[in-house]
Write a protein that binds this ligand. Structure first.
Ligand code: FE
Length: 230
């Protein structure tokens, strides 16, 4: 629910304390937290209800939009080319527009090239297609380690890549937000677009997972990422 800061009002990519600012609440986050505690203390808000709302936007509503983009890209070659050329316009054509969805770029995972997305300095993320970023995406461990040792981090997510696969780490910023179109799994020729969309998980669109037909839209399992070694 809470962004630690607003990338549109903070030139976060030029400041000098990038790797510790998530430990401190920004003014907006501090206000939201204070307000939330007060509402809970007064019995006006049930914390379980707040968690349920966050879970909805983190795991359900948000990423389902992105999943529709992916499924369309899998079945429609013209849409795929449009995504490559002008991701914002192609995504907007499906009705997904809004704040934190500007300046989108789309990359396609293949057996040869695996893209994985991070925001090294904070938590830039394409809200309109993925919803709210998961906690691990904002963690200092993920942000620092995935750049240095992407294969190891991906293995901790349960994604072990072939050594022949090139890994490209894409750094999202306020000016450029990446969306990964995962590989379409084998043996899905008989599925229609809607059924295909149900297979696509949030993590597959960040690049920390593959689309696995056995999961069929099941929950993503965040790893317990260890802190970066000094
Ligand atoms: Fe950021």
């Amino acid at each position: 629910m809470v962004q630690e800061h607003d990338p549109h009002t903070n030139d976060h990519h030029n400041h000098g304390h990038a790797h510790d600012h998530d430990n401190h609440l920004g003014p907006t986050a501090a206000r939201v937290r204070a307000l939330e505690s007060l509402l809970v203390a007064k019995g006006l808000v049930d914390p379980a209800a707040v968690d349920a709302i966050i879970d909805t936007y983190e795991n359900k509503v948000g990423p389902r939009n992105g999943a529709k983009v992916v499924a369309r890209a899998w079945v429609d070659a013209a849409f795929r080319r449009w995504l490559e050329r002008d991701a914002n316009a192609a995504i907007a054509s499906l009705g997904f527009t809004g704040r934190q969805g500007e300046h989108m770029r789309v990359v396609f995972n293949t057996p040869e090239i695996h893209n994985v997305v991070v925001c090294t300095l904070c938590s830039c993320y394409p809200w309109t297609v993925l919803g709210l970023p998961p906690t691990w995406y904002k963690s200092p461990a993920y942000r620092s380690r995935v750049v240095v040792e992407p294969r190891r981090v991906l293995a901790e997510f349960g994604l072990v890549l072939n050594t022949a696969t090139t890994v490209i780490v894409r750094d999202s910023t306020a000016e450029l937000r990446w969306l990964v179109i995962p590989e379409r799994p084998a043996c899905t020729e008989t599925l229609d677009e809607e059924a295909l969309a149900r297979l696509v998980t949030r993590d597959a669109m960040i690049g920390t997972a593959r689309v696995d037909t056995r999961l069929a839209g099941g929950p993503d399992h965040p790893p317990d990422l260890h802190e970066p070694s000094a």
